[in-house]
Write a protein that binds this ligand. Structure first.
Ligand code: HEC
Ligand code: HEC
Length: 235
């Protein structure tokens, strides 16, 4: 078990005397950091930024578009490799480097406030910076050994096992066919077009939603799930 911390508990302890607050795990913080990386304003329940992100390149296709240009993933990618990964070309191209292998986690607060970022306290606070730092330390992984970069297929994954996980963990919300959440496109569609995004969301959870994070389980479980999702209907 990794080092534990109890900052998140402090508020509860102060307001509820006698309440024994259990320490939360590094994994909890890492997953929350992953959801902030995905869409921090949903996860942290903050107003979505109205103005375009001045740090986002003017040539990018998502400038000022539904606050997408403020999402970490929009510049650094679902595979954390920025211009060297799946965002090397296409409509999400920005030319920004990845965060894979960055040793900047200890300076997360400073990075969030620097000229490349410009997130104020009201957008991302100290607590969010801590979770993003843990995500950078423990959650940012190289997906290349897990997902084939050409076909997008998970390597060494078993769709039949994935089906059992899916039908017992996910189907209550998403339906057996992956089409039940009517605001989201069918899971079969996004799993085919962007397995990196789907792997990120399965491991970390969906920002602001009740969806679980599968981080505590072996990576193989998430890979089997991605493999099975790619067999579900795309329409
Ligand atoms: C508008 C594009 C953009 C967004 C959105 C963005 N970044 Fe960055 N980030 C950059 C640029 C530019 C750099 C510097 C690297 C480069 O020049 O490509 C950088 C660098 C970094 C680095 C490495 C810093 C270092 O000194 O090694 C980290 C870590 C980082 N960003 C984290 C984040 C996090 C966390 C978020 C979301 C809260 C985020 N970024 C959102 C553009 C962005
Ligand atoms: C408690 C309900 C719940 C459970 C259980 C759940 N999800 Fe979700 N999931 C959601 C919600 C809500 C969304 C967001 C839908 C939206 O944005 O409209 C979502 C979004 C997603 C997305 C992103 C879809 C997209 O296009 O953005 C994926 C992929 C996904 N879920 C996969 C899974 C998998 C795989 C499991 C099982 C390991 C699972 N979910 C379990 C509620 C759930």
């Amino acid at each position: 078990m990794m080092k534990r911390f109890h900052l998140a508990c402090l508020g509860v302890l102060l307001t509820l005397p006698g309440f024994a607050c259990a320490d939360s795990s590094i994994e909890y913080s890492t997953s929350r950091g992953g959801r902030l990386y995905d869409k921090w304003f949903k996860e942290a329940d903050r107003p979505s930024p109205k103005a375009a992100n001045p740090a986002y390149p003017d040539t990018g296709k998502y400038k000022g578009k539904k606050a997408s240009d403020w999402r970490c993933k929009e510049c650094h990618g679902w595979d954390y490799k920025g211009r060297d990964g799946i965002y090397a070309k296409g409509k999400h191209f920005t030319g920004v480097a990845g965060v894979l292998g960055s040793d900047a986690a200890d300076h997360m607060q400073r990075i969030l406030r620097d000229a490349n970022h410009g997130y104020g306290e009201a957008m991302l606070d100290e607590h969010d910076a801590r979770d993003l730092a843990n995500f950078l330390r423990h959650g940012v992984i190289d997906m290349a050994p897990y997902i084939d970069s050409t076909s997008g297929d998970p390597v060494d994954a078993d769709a039949a096992r994935g089906q059992v996980y899916y039908e017992t963990v996910c189907a209550n919300c998403h339906g057996l066919d992956g089409k039940a959440e009517d605001t989201a496109p069918p899971l079969g569609k996004v799993a085919r077009s962007n397995p990196w995004e789907v792997l990120h969301k399965i491991v970390n959870g969906q920002p602001g939603a009740e969806m679980p994070s599968m981080r505590a389980f072996d990576m193989q479980v998430s890979l089997d799930l991605v493999k099975y999702l790619r067999t579900l209907p795309a329409e």
